[in-house]
Design a protein around this ligand. Structure first.
Ligand SMILES: *Cc1c(COP(=O)(O)O)cnc(C)c1O
Length: 371
């Protein structure tokens, strides 16, 4: 029996008829860029996220890049972000010419530690970018208070956490401008690249619609030096179909997580995901930690269980960022996470039986370890 790390069949093939109808509609419309499907999805996603506006983009990284652009963040500015995140968060900061300033995560939630943020603020700081990592909402109340006290913007990286909330308010709805990703493996995934920006600010909405479309609102009239970072009709149509299922899929992920929690209770040195009071967790990833990570991963691989590491190298130790001058030991919590984390399979369609099989192999690994 094989359990792959990710299987998109339950969220794509099983709704194939609806997706094919969406495809057919776009095909027959003969209109493939900036049309009715994009407009419809943007409205639906804004309603889902309880924000006034949603602007579709080509992918999540472009959404974050444009969000920072909209706030006029650039050369000489500093942006605070967690030291353990996917590289895209840092790249968006680099694209606008600003400097990423890393802040260590809380060692229980793996999300940026609000108590460490103030130490990182300087006269150049313009913005805080919280990342709701693995699907758990950050402590947005404390982060918002700090931002307000220091006059900083918040740009949420909501790529892993559509539908998560902190104290009842949805992620992607706290910051001035926020970015999310619909990469196929995300909780809401397109059938290709796609992303979106959410905001309540009408001027920013207008600016971003222009910016993503060659800096143009009237065809062949270019007001600013813009980009081509649009979300196409086909992906928008697929996303409209899939958005209706998202709440159900999130509940399935949460159910799978609770099966894992039951089955993996007190085994070896395993550390299981911890959800903070007030936060919800949409379980984009189910990340466990152990000091025996590579051997456990090997053992699971041998037994047909796919796992991945999110992420093996924190941004400050990436070759791409060597010019920032960081070295090993600068962000010990992020580095320890990178050395010990292991993501187990989690996606709609996994059964309790699947989780018990995975847990059985994890237990057998640690039992063997004892002898
Ligand atoms: C996936 C992801 C992104 C980037 O999204 P793309 O659509 O792949 O460009 C950004 N930040 C985080 C935290 C992500 O997980």
């Amino acid at each position: 029996m094989k359990i792959p790390f990710l299987n998109l069949s339950p969220t794509n093939s099983n709704i194939g008829t609806e997706l094919q109808r969406a495809f057919q509609e776009v095909l027959e419309s003969n209109w493939y860029i900036q049309g009715a499907k994009l407009e419809a999805f943007e409205q639906e996603y804004a309603v889902f996220n309880k924000t006034t506006y949603c602007i579709g983009t080509s992918n999540g990284l472009d959404a974050l890049h444009l969000a920072l652009k909209a706030l006029n963040i650039g050369r000489g500015d500093e942006v605070i972000l967690p030291s353990n995140t996917y590289i895209a968060t840092a790249l968006a900061v680099s694209y606008v010419g600003a400097t990423p300033i890393f802040v260590e995560p809380d060692s229980r939630t793996y999300n940026i530690n609000p108590n460490e943020i103030e130490n990182a603020i300087s006269s150049r700081t313009k913005c805080i970018m919280p990342v709701h990592l693995y699907g758990q909402a950050c402590q947005m109340d404390l982060i918002s208070d700090i931002a307000k006290n220091y006059g900083l913007y918040i740009v949420e990286d909501n790529a892993q956490s559509q539908g998560a909330s902190f104290k009842g308010r949805l992620t992607g709805g706290w910051g001035k401008v926020n970015g999310t990703s619909f990469y196929p493996g995300k909780n809401l995934g397109a059938l290709g690249d796609a992303g979106a920006i959410t905001t309540d600010d009408p001027d920013i909405d207008k600016f971003l619609r222009t910016m993503r479309n060659y800096g143009s609102t009237v065809k062949y009239h270019n007001e600013i030096i813009g980009f081509n970072k649009r979300l196409d009709e086909l992906q928008a149509a697929f996303l409209s179909v899939k958005l209706k299922f998202l709440p159900k899929w999130i509940r399935e992920r949460q159910q799978i997580a609770s099966w894992y929690h039951e089955a993996l209770h007190e085994i070896g040195d395993l550390i299981l995901p911890y959800t903070l009071q007030g936060a919800t967790h949409t379980y984009h990833l189910f990340v466990i930690r152990t000091n025996n990570r590579s051997k456990l991963q090997e053992h699971l691989e041998k037994n047909g269980i796919g796992t991945l590491i999110h992420y093996p190298i924190p941004p400050h130790l990436q070759e791409a960022y060597k010019d920032l001058g960081y070295k090993k030991g600068d962000f010990p919590i992020a580095e320890q996470l990178a050395d010990t984390c292991l993501s187990l399979p989690i996606y709609p369609g996994l059964t309790q039986n699947d989780i018990e099989i995975i847990a059985k192999f994890i237990k057998s690994f640690f039992d063997k370890d004892k002898n």
